[in-house]
Design a protein around this ligand. Structure first.
Ligand code: FAD
Length: 407
């Protein structure tokens, strides 16, 4: 009979691999299966996004030996400037300024997803009881009394105590387990590109709220920034098609002059934006994590941070059960994970949805209300620090891997 492993994870993306490393470093036998081979996942054209990593996520990466590979590619966020703006008009005089000196540490880090993936693969190679099966999709799960059998695309069957779907927002595994989602589409796309600029950014991240949606300029290492440009779905395809010179001109209009001359790299990506929340996070011997469980508006760059918190919380409950000789796939263990994470994800998803609705328009009374709101927060130190701690993921019940003592 094939040996039963402790956990099989469908999805070796940023959340699935982090969870695999967290469980395996503590002695569990773990298999991670993904249909995309490492070389393809790291190729320049695969994923042009960057992630704003909250400091709770950075602590987790430090605790898991991932940060040492990522640190040289991670840009500290020294300041965040938020403005309400209109194309072609000066920004509103009310703005928000978050300064790292108030916390005594960077507000987070920005890293390109391909570097995060590369660091995860490097860290995973050093963990002996973590096995990566790739290319191999997890195509079916069969629950028996003592195990859950994961059927992989190449015919391999992996019996496990616990199966986790970390297979992204479409999550074929979630669908095969009969878990539905509440979802809606935003009439917006997120356009992503890397921009080179003449002057240094000084570690400042900018979020300009334009009527079509937020336009974020996120500092990268060197004189480079990543833009996440939220644009109406009727306009975005045209922007994606623009010849390079015209695209550069559109970017220059939105960047303003503070970084000097700007020039975008040729590769561009676009993502139709959607909200979804799984109707359940667990079933006997089965759990969802990351985008398989929730998809939120990228307005404040929190999607991956939420997924990493799922991974840390699931590792907490599963490892605690295993250390007590209990079954890590038991429904009572997994229900604790669901209670912990579903409400938190729901609250964050709704907050991002609300922010997007409040800011992505040009309705005069709403403009006034939000400008006044920003002005008030900007003038009150404890409120500013409250928002900074929230953005850093340092609120609520933190899983062990995200606490200060873990890093
Ligand atoms: C424009 C934009 C900007 C963003 N910016 C930020 C940000 O700044 N900060 C932040 O925190 N978040 C951000 N996000 C969100 C973030 O990118 C996602 O939350 C994150 O990528 C989710 O990671 P994941 O591992 O859950 O899923 P994915 O990255 O989608 O990984 C899923 C993995 O599962 C694999 N897979 C698929 N099917 C199967 C199967 N059947 N069997 C096994 N494996 C399978 C896939 O190959 C893939 O490797 C942004 C999102 C967008 C759209």
């Amino acid at each position: 009979m094939t040996k039963i492993v402790d956990a099989v994870i469908g999805g070796g993306g940023m959340v699935g691999l982090t969870l695999g490393i967290a469980l395996a470093r503590c002695g569990l036998d773990v298999v991670v299966a993904d249909p995309v081979p490492e070389a393809q996942a790291l190729a320049a054209g695969f994923d042009g996004r960057v992630s704003a990593l909250a400091f709770a996520s950075v602590r987790m990466f430090k605790a898991l030996g991932i940060w040492e590979y990522l640190a040289p590619h991670a840009q500290p966020i020294e300041d965040i400037l938020v403005t309400d703006a209109k194309l072609g008009a000066p920004p509103s005089p009310f703005s928000l300024h978050f300064d790292h000196r108030e916390l005594g540490a960077p507000l987070g880090y920005i890293a390109e997803n391909r570097h995060i993936r590369s660091a995860l693969f490097a860290a995973a190679r050093g963990v002996t009881n973590l096995k990566l099966f790739s290319p191999a999709a997890l195509v079916d799960l069969e629950t028996t009394a003592n195990s859950i059998d994961a059927h992989l695309g190449d015919g391999t069957v992996v019996p496990a105590r616990l199966a986790v779907a970390a297979d992204g927002r479409e999550s074929p595994i979630r669908a095969s387990m009969g878990i539905g989602v509440v979802s809606w589409s935003y009439p917006q796309w997120g356009i992503v590109a890397t921009v080179h600029h003449e002057r240094p950014h000084g570690g400042v991240a900018y979020e300009h709220f334009l009527p079509s949606g937020p336009f974020a300029i996120l500092p990268l290492t060197g004189n480079r920034s990543s833009l996440v440009w939220t644009e109406r779905d009727v306009v975005a395809p045209g922007m994606m098609e623009l010849p390079q010179l015209e695209f550069d001109a559109e970017i220059a209009r939105r960047f303003g002059a503070h970084l000097g001359k700007t020039h975008a790299e040729e590769l561009r990506w676009s993502y139709p934006l959607r909200f979804h929340l799984a109707r359940a996070y667990v079933k006997p011997r089965f759990a969802l994590a990351g985008d398989a469980a929730h998809g939120i508006h990228p307005i404040a760059g929190q999607g991956l941070n939420l997924g990493l918190k799922d991974a840390a919380a699931l590792a907490d409950v599963a490892l605690e059960a295993a250390s007590l000789g209990l079954d890590p796939g038991g429904i009572d263990v997994l229900s604790r994970y669901e209670r912990w994470r579903r409400f938190d994800s729901f609250t964050m998803a709704m907050a991002m949805d609300g922010l997007n609705r409040l800011f992505s328009n040009d309705i005069a009374p709403l403009r006034l209300a939000r400008d006044l709101g920003m002005g008030i927060v900007d003038r009150i130190g404890p409120m500013r620090r409250f928002f900074m701690r929230h953005a850093g993921g340092d609120v609520g019940r933190l899983p062990r891997l995200m606490r200060e003592e873990a890093a």
